[in-house]
Design a protein around this ligand. Structure first.
Ligand code: MG
Length: 316
């Protein structure tokens, strides 16, 4: 007897249930949503999203659901993942005209946080692919810069830069990074909404659970909620998020260069030991207060840098 297991989104599961409505069985194992008995296949759907097909026609029966589910097999090379919460994007998301948003700089000690929302009309997709827009994770800065320069002339977007001084002030007042991100994503998306005449969907590169995201936005004058979807690795799902990510990274790189020039040092990315050393040098040059202007001071790097700077001073 052959056996196939697939994972589907809740909407696909509902569709499956409706499809097999006339063949549903009363006997259901624990944790299952429905059991359908077909002449040569038994289908058991579980709350986890897993669906088990057993019987000689298991493979043929499972196939159509697999392709539409968006999460056929985690090993497939696309790596596209569609979450199973109610803000999960529809399986067709990549083909829709959408506003996408993403941020950069949250894990870097030096430099601002940059958040971008960008609109990509489905008609623009071939052109954007031509420009090289894609998931930018593996890209080096020169490529990011080159693509971004073309991109900002081509699409509607909103770029918000949260300078370090402002970031540090907000952080000291007790605001966490998640809330800062939520406020900026919401604002950037709203800015783009005002620029474009119509769109099908809004896709946020997920950094918090949707409930948490909307909780952060409580009390804001405008909360964009209609047609908003969340997904992790959303830059793989839609060119609008990939574009937003590229512009955010471009802006971050430019800001880092500017801050470096102003302070006559090279500012490394990330939050590792090289960053501690660079920060220590900065402190020796300009004093501790300089960090407030160029870094996210609540990171552990601050103390490490101060210790390094002190040691260096003693050695003099
Ligand atoms: Mg992101």
């Amino acid at each position: 007897m052959s056996q196939v297991v697939i994972t589907v989104s809740p909407s696909i599961m509902t569709e499956m249930r409706n499809n097999y409505n006339s063949m549903l069985s009363d006997k259901q194992p624990p944790g299952s949503v429905f059991v359908a008995k077909l002449p040569s296949c038994t289908i058991t759907a579980y709350r986890s999203g897993k669906v088990l097909f057993q019987g000689s026609s298991a493979e043929t029966e499972a196939k159509p659901w697999q392709s539409g589910a968006g999460t056929p097999s985690p090993k497939k090379k696309t790596g596209k993942k569609v979450g199973d919460h109610k803000f999960a994007p529809p399986p067709t998301i990549s083909t829709l005209s959408a506003i996408g948003s993403d941020e950069v700089g949250t894990g870097d000690f030096f430099g601002p946080m940059t958040v971008v929302a960008a609109f990509v009309d489905k008609k623009q997709m071939p052109l954007l692919k031509e420009l090289g827009v894609r998931d930018s994770k593996g890209m080096k800065d020169p490529e990011i810069i080159e693509i971004a320069k073309n991109l900002i002339k081509t699409i509607s977007y909103s770029l918000l830069v949260l300078p370090n001084e402002k970031y540090n002030a907000m952080q000291k007042k007790g605001m966490n990074q998640g809330k800062m991100k939520a406020l900026l994503h919401n604002q950037a998306i709203h800015n783009v909404q005002k620029k474009v005449s119509s769109y099908d969907a809004i896709l946020v590169d997920q950094f918090a659970k949707p409930e948490v995201y909307f909780n952060y936005l409580k009390g804001q004058p405008t909360i964009v909620k209609d047609s908003v979807y969340f997904a992790t690795k959303a830059e793989e799902l839609h060119l609008a998020v990939a574009a937003a990510s590229i512009i955010a990274r471009y802006s971050f790189v430019m800001e880092m260069n500017r801050l470096g020039k102003e302070n006559k040092v090279e500012l490394p990315k990330g939050a590792g030991p090289i960053v501690d050393q660079a920060a220590a040098k900065l402190i020796q040059k300009h004093g501790e207060d300089v960090l407030n202007k160029v870094a996210k001071v609540h990171f552990a790097n601050s103390q490490k840098a101060k210790d390094l700077a002190e040691k260096a001073n003693k050695r003099r």
